[in-house]
Design a protein around this ligand. Sequence first.
Ligand code: IPM
Ligand code: MG
Length: 366
Amino acid sequence: MPPLKFAVLAGDYIGPEVMSAALRVLAALAQRENLVLEYTEAAVGGAAIDRHGQALPESTLQTCAAADAILFGSVGGPKWEKLPPAQQPERAALLPLRRHFTLFANLRPGLLYPELTGASPLKPERIPQGIDILCIRELTGGLYFGLPKATTTLPDGDIQAVDTMVYRKSEIERITATAITAARARKRRLCSIDKANVLETSVLWRQTVTAYVARHAPELTLSHLYVDNAAMQLVRDPNQFDVFVTENMFGDILSDEMAVICGSLGMLSSASLGTGRNSRGLPFGLYEPAGGTAPDLAGRGIANPCAQILSAALMLRYSFGLEQSAARLEAAVRRAVTGGFRTGDIAFGGAYLGTEAMADAIIAHL
Ligand code: IPM
Ligand code: MG
């Protein structure tokens, strides 16, 4: 087995803390599974602004391009909030990275272990078995990237800003193909979410998804929901979904809603897969926790490393094809957490561990 070559972009605030915990867990797994890790660290986000004057330096892009995957921490925070919006770490690092590698398919598992239902703001009777759903968000189209995107002063002195929501049929088809693969590996139920009663892009979205699934995956049960209804259904009965697929902004919003009902942002991983293939012929991808930089937790050694570790598991699965190693890592996290080893965000006020001790507990459960 050739070495696992990946770029490590830890970023800001808790990013480097949870990353170092995750790298330690990965090293322990690698030792047990006879894998060789070969990773290169590179600056990104606010850390890169401070060091190189830019949130996504060319050298960082080159490190990523030379690797088979990117393990990403998180970027942004109060320190850089005074910069013009377009120079802030999120817009100047994360979005261009997604764009550069055409990371169009964002997979966000919404997983709440039954033992942790108490961490969810939902009533336990709504989620007796916890939550197990998958959000698939289109990540390189729609409002976040469409042009024109500008603020102008009009002849009458008023100011106008415009963002453009644009989708091509081919973009909708490729994310539908990802959703089909995911739904086949789960319960064969796919829900497509749009706003086809108002938006042209959504009309095309719905037509395209319907035709594509009918042609390529007629065995799946396909349903459609308007996004406002979907937001409501997600809190009413999350497990009515299995896999849902939606455009960029709707997915951004619904995935945060999913995150909160799953108890803690500190548990949620994500994979962003590209059109490109890596040196193993597998999807090049970026793997990041969904929780952000949590400036209030930074520097205290208390952040939950699970989301970063679970993101590393997704990297093993999708970009390295190591299903068993990925499953072993996921099982270790699950056993550690359900066995009572927890960080403060999921401890319900009970005794809790710091970041490094949590990583140790996971290593012990490998
Ligand atoms: C996310 C984040 C990003 C997004 C921000 C930080 C640009 O909210 O990954 O969901 O909107 O995509
Ligand atoms: Mg978001």
